[in-house]
Design a binder for this molecule. Structure first.
Ligand SMILES: *[C@@H]1O[C@H](CO)[C@@H](O)[C@H](O)[C@H]1NC(C)=O
Ligand SMILES: *[C@@H]1O[C@H](CO)[C@@H](O)[C@H](O)[C@H]1NC(C)=O
Ligand SMILES: *[C@@H]1O[C@H](CO)[C@@H](O)[C@H](O)[C@H]1NC(C)=O
Length: 846
């Protein structure tokens, strides 16, 4: 037995060396040009996929899609607060199974970049720190503080040792080629002065001392000490240089979009600009690009940070929240990666030769000793296309674009010319009915005995709840005499409540009197309203609701949350009555939470009631429960919550997350790809709920009898909640013909046209779908974008017929863009395009 297993081990080691390390020892190093893996400099494309933001059942699919999208590396943060919920108690199960995630990356043949942090920011609750960490005596986060450093070292070591034990570092034959310590500390470092610098250098030394055999990086840390590589995060990073000439130029976060907050619009980043930014970085000598995010996923449970970060963490990433391919973003970047990979031999050989091609145009050319030549032709002009001459050829460069020539001769890719189709997705109804609604009214605490404790004055919410729940009751009473003048026709008194977040519901004698909400930018909220008091004892109950703890800011751990006051009653006969320092009772969480109403076991101890539609509607603080069967098919599923107010929702005991039908404000006017991007530039969804749909992972469902439970704070109509499926409704293609003047390809400088392959449009509906009809087709000068195409002044009459014949009833089709194909040239000497929107439908066989 023993000899057997030893020889197996030797054999496995041999195989690992053969495959991963080509008979020299596995190693990752770096030089001024690139990360060097087993002796070879590499241009690496990477993408962020955070394991807790999807389910283990989704991991292989999103990682394989990332690989097919041309990525070499998967990046993830490590989320301390999910792994160590209380000191010394660890959880690496299910969505938190970091080792399984990394082994899935390895199985796909990809590398990993492990950003341990353990501060991660990431729009994640408390920036990834466990809330208990704040209550370690004498602690101060992310500075030269012994209790903090001890805890940080402990967790970092725990993770590194786990990775070593599982042989996951590349130096051991595993996938991890890079690790990160700390995260975007540079700005704080300066603010904290010597303590900041000492902490940063301590963190660097501590990490390097763990001897992982692979390099460490620090992002946004200009003064990162050797051998740590400082790296860049941003929308553009071509101006970035590492702090030493012998370190490679690494972009750890190329933002593919931006996160969303409740009440805000959804941010999109045009792929033409993202591809331009990446090409700009590579042409300047960058050798590692990580898309943040490549798959953003979902902030399940109460994992969203903020406050007010939405449950969706879609990020306009190449793979959407549900793990589906987002086109044209995914496909256009895939083409970019192919073009960059063809340049790799030249790119890793040295620095570029740069020359000017015009006022705003440049050529970056790379040569290798073996004779490779690769060129990037860039046009920084935000408005105008320009004709440039390079290598005796004319090339037309669209505004704000870069053309890539892996052989210095032929353009294989231009960042502004999208050759792949775009797809339109919609949330469609499913065959599943949500049935048997029952309710349970969250009772208001009626006596002090129910409360956790009573004290004078107002307390910080998180200190009381330790984030065990979003909810904290602050309860006090006021005695009012019968002679008060408002009982005799005078003005009703007003209650003022100042809170530091995040949401507040005010109950007077058991009735909701009103609510107030903060925003991510302004957590301070003020409630000031007339209230109905009665003669005698009045009970003022304030329900303070946390919406994700802050994940960013200098010493954000010290920021207080909840009703911190003042709380003042105005308009009584003797003037105002300050309740700030009165006797307050505290109750952590909801009764339904205490009874575990969401779990299959706790549910039965709750007295659920059948109740009529009318009483269910608009009833604040109500739990609702219902059943449904799993819908047919395999499309990703989501709950449409638009009929509800605000709360949390669970399925089979798993938390789908916080929901809130807050309407998006913002400027959603037209968006242009050209010119510097900022998150406010390309917004969508203004005037609609910021988040209407909530992802329900298929793997959380059983074929029948799934239990949906939700807690509604404000009121809503649960019977209008539906289960929807995310489906492809149509695909669009939009491509220019070849033209001798404004060429997609090239002409010789003597005017001779090269034999050109005519461009084709390609259309393909998703798995199990066929092209059922053609909604729009025009060869000519159509206008608009996918979903809103219209004919322009020039239009070939045969357009619709030609495209229909080729495509209807097919899973995929291709149509060549040429005059011949459409009978005749509909408008000679005009640059034309072929533009199609094809409708996708289920195959007849289902
Ligand atoms: C771009 O074109 C516009 C309009 O044709 C012109 O006014 C502008 O000067 C051009 N910009 C450059 C940099 O050539
Ligand atoms: C938490 O509350 C207790 C009791 O009021 C107080 O003594 C302690 O200082 C608070 N801790 C923090 C970190 O605010
Ligand atoms: C293409 O070139 C021809 C001849 O020089 C010219 O007449 C025509 O207007 C040009 N077309 C475009 C679209 O620029």
């Amino acid at each position: 037995m023993e000899t057997n297993s030893i020889s197996t081990r030797v054999l496995l080691l041999f195989i690992a060396l053969q495959l991963g390390c080509q008979l020299i020892s596995c190693s990752v190093t770096y030089d001024g040009k690139a990360i060097v893996i087993n002796g070879r400099r590499r241009i690496l494309m990477s993408g962020s996929i955070h394991y807790p933001r999807s389910t283990p059942e989704m991991w292989e699919d999103v990682i394989m899609k990332a690989k097919e999208g041309g990525l070499d590396v998967i990046e993830t943060y490590v989320f301390w607060n999910v792994h160590e919920p209380s000191p010394g108690n660890y959880n690496f199960e299910g969505r938190y199974n970091l080792v399984r995630f990394l082994k899935t990356v390895q199985k796909a043949g990809l590398y990993a970049h492990l950003r341990i942090g353990p501060y991660v920011c990431a729009e994640w609750n408390f920036g990834g720190f466990p809330v208990w960490l704040k209550y370690v005596p004498g602690i101060s986060f992310r500075t030269d503080n012994e209790p903090f450093k001890r805890a940080m070292k402990g967790f970092t070591e725990k993770i590194v040792n786990m990775m070593k034990y599982e042989k996951l570092f590349e130096s051991q034959g595993g996938p991890i080629i890079l690790s990160q310590i700390e995260n975007e500390y540079g700005a704080l470092d300066k603010k904290f002065g010597a303590a900041g610098y000492n902490y940063m250098t301590w963190a660097a030394e501590m990490a390097v001392g763990l001897r992982t055999g692979v390099p460490w990086i620090m992002c946004k840390q200009e003064d990162a000490p050797d051998p740590i590589i400082n790296t860049c995060n941003g929308f553009y990073c071509d101006a970035f240089k590492p702090n030493k000439p012998y370190k490679p130029t690494i972009w750890t976060e190329a933002w593919t979009g931006w996160f969303t907050e409740f009440g805000g619009a959804v941010h999109k980043r045009p792929v033409q600009d993202l591809a331009f930014a990446v090409a700009r970085f590579i042409q300047k000598g960058g050798s590692f690009v990580n898309y943040y995010m490549y798959h953003g996923g979902t902030n399940f449970g109460r994992s969203a940070g903020g406050p007010f970060i939405t449950t969706s963490y879609d990020y306009d990433a190449p793979l959407d929240e549900y793990g589906l391919i987002r086109q044209p973003k995914y496909g256009h970047l895939t083409e970019l990666h192919k073009a960059i990979k063809r340049c790799e031999p030249a790119l890793v050989s040295g620095d570029p030769t740069v020359f000017s091609l015009g006022a705003n145009q440049k050529a970056h050319v790379y040569y290798s000793k073996l004779g490779h030549c690769a060129a990037f032709l860039s046009n920084y002009d935000t408005a105008n296309a320009t004709r440039v001459t390079f290598n005796n050829k004319h090339h037309n460069l669209p505004p704000w674009s870069i053309s890539i020539l892996p052989d210095c001769n032929n353009i294989v890719f231009n960042t502004a010319k999208i050759g792949v189709q775009s797809t339109r997705m919609a949330m469609l109804p499913t065959n599943s009915q949500i049935l048997s609604w029952q309710t349970y009214s969250e009772e208001l605490t009626t006596s002090d005995e129910d409360s956790a404790f009573t004290t004078f004055g107002l307390l910080d919410q998180v200190n009381v709840t330790r984030d065990a729940s979003d909810y904290l009751w602050y309860i006090t009473s006021v005695d009012v005499g019968p002679s008060e003048s408002f009982f005799h026709g005078g003005e009703h008194p007003k209650l003022l409540v100042q809170s530091t977040g995040h949401a507040l519901h005010v109950f007077i004698n058991g009735e909701l009197s009103g609510s107030a909400f903060g925003t991510r930018e302004n957590r301070r909220i003020k409630y000031k309203n007339k209230i109905k008091l009665r003669s005698g004892v009045n009970r003022i109950a304030l329900l303070s609701v946390a919406m994700g703890l802050s994940n960013i800011g200098g010493h954000y751990e010290s920021w207080e949350t909840g009703v911190l006051g003042p709380v003042v009653l105005y308009g009584l006969d003797h003037g105002k009555r300050d309740l700030t320092h009165a006797k307050w009772s505290y109750q952590v969480g909801l009764k339904g939470e205490a009874m575990d109403a969401v779990s299959t076991t706790g549910m039965s101890s709750v007295e659920w009631e059948e109740s009529s539609l009318i009483t269910q509607k608009n009833q604040p603080l109500t739990w609702h429960k219902a059943y449904f069967n799993e819908p047919n098919g395999n499309e990703p599923l989501a709950l449409d919550m638009h009929s509800m107010g605000k709360g949390q929702v669970w399925i089979n005991g798993q938390s789908i997350g916080r929901y809130w039908t807050a309407y998006a404000t913002g400027d959603c006017r037209r968006c242009h790809y050209n010119g510097n991007y900022r998150p406010t530039k390309c917004q969508v969804g203004c005037g609609r709920p910021t988040q209407r749909w909530y992802h329900v992972p298929r793997s959380w469902l059983k074929p029948t009898g799934n239990i949906l439970v939700l807690f509604e704070e404000l009121g809503g109509d649960p019977r209008r909640i539906t289960l929807t499926k995310r489906s492809m409704t149509s695909v669009c293609a939009d491509m220019f013909e070849y033209h001798t003047n404004i060429t997609n390809w090239q002409t010789e400088s003597n005017g001779k046209t090269l034999p050109i392959r005519r461009p084709k449009i390609h259309l393909q509906c998703g798995p199990g779908l066929l092209i059922s009809s053609i909604k729009f087709a025009s060869f000519g000068t159509p206008i608009g974008t996918c979903g809103t195409f219209q004919r322009g002044t020039c239009h070939a009459r045969a357009s619709y017929g030609v495209v229909s014949k080729r495509c209807i009833g097919k899973e995929r089709c291709a149509v060549t863009i040429s005059n011949n194909n459409f009978g005749q040239d509909p408008c000679p000497n005009t640059l034309k395009r072929l533009t199609v929107e094809a409708v996708c439908g289920p195959t007849s066989r289902g």
